[in-house]
Ligand binder design. Structure first.
Ligand code: PEP
Length: 256
């Protein structure tokens, strides 16, 4: 059985002081919800502080991005070794990174290979734009992002990867996909692509999350689907009741 997984992507929100305040309220409530892998992904500058606050809890810490090189002349970038000092997880290829910072399947793949090398659990984001969705290209786009992004990963590391299906039209819009639509992509496109890369058994072990306007009130619709193993949550991860509510739904729908 795949352990349910819920991660909060804070994006570019919360100063260190604000992060401290949020985590000190949220962490004790989240910590009680065992059985679900729970991960917070604050901005880089708050990682150290949040790492200290999470010590002794069952909660994980993730970065929102990283470079693929170990070190060197890459002004403004953060290396896998730096992320590894503080975090167990890293989000890779978020659609905002693809749209605003020129990330491609090739750079996502380099970063994923670096995550493998540095033993970080990657959360790899895939998903079609509104235009691609409107022209019925979802299957082709998501399949190709998965196949190219995860190319060259070893079958041993593959089960550590977490894939997040995030239709771009659903992110931050309040217009979530339906559970049935996300299930059809996650079970009908992503898992078969994973099987093509790593074989059927490894594909069955990989967690596939849904992301895009998940809230405490619509979460059950997603978690009741067989190929939706959890959620990558943006906006709602900044609100204690919402995020705790989403993890609570994961726990009850998945029976953990
Ligand atoms: C995200 O940023 O990964 C995301 C899914 O955002 P939101 O939940 O706000 O749609």
């Amino acid at each position: 059985m795949r352990t349910p997984f819920v991660a909060g992507n804070w994006k570019m929100n919360k100063t260190i002081a604000e992060a401290r305040e949020l985590v000190s309220t949220m962490a004790p409530q989240l910590n009680a919800l065992t059985g679900v892998e729970r991960v917070l992904c604050p901005p880089f500058v708050a990682l150290n502080e949040v790492s200290s606050l999470l010590k002794g809890t069952g909660l994980g810490l993730g970065a929102q991005n990283m470079h693929w090189e170990e070190k060197g002349a890459f002004t403004g970038e953060v290396s896998p070794a730096m992320v590894k000092e503080l975090c167990g997880y890293v989000i890779l290829g978020h659609s905002e990174r693809r749209a605003y910072f020129g990330e491609t399947d090739e750079t996502v793949n380099r970063k994923l290979l670096a995550a493998q090398k540095f033993d970080l659990t990657p959360i790899v984001c895939v998903g079609e734009t509104l235009e691609q969705y409107g022209s019925n290209r979802t299957r082709e786009v998501v399949s190709s992002q998965t196949l190219l992004g995860l190319k060259g990963i070893s079958p041993e590391f593959a089960p550590r990867i977490v894939v997040a299906y995030e239709p771009v039209w659903a992110i931050g819009t309040g217009k979530a996909s339906s559970g049935a639509n996300a299930q059809s992509v996650q079970g009908g496109v992503i898992r078969p692509a994973l099987a093509e890369l790593f074989g059927a058994d490894a594909a069955q072990a990989i967690r596939i999350l849904y992301g895009g306007s998940v809230t405490a009130s619509n979460a059950a619709e997603f978690f009741s689907q067989p190929d939706i193993d959890g959620a990558l949550v943006g906006g709602a991860s900044l609100k204690v009741d919402e995020f705790v509510g989403i993890v609570t739904q994961a726990k009850s729908e998945k029976g953990v």
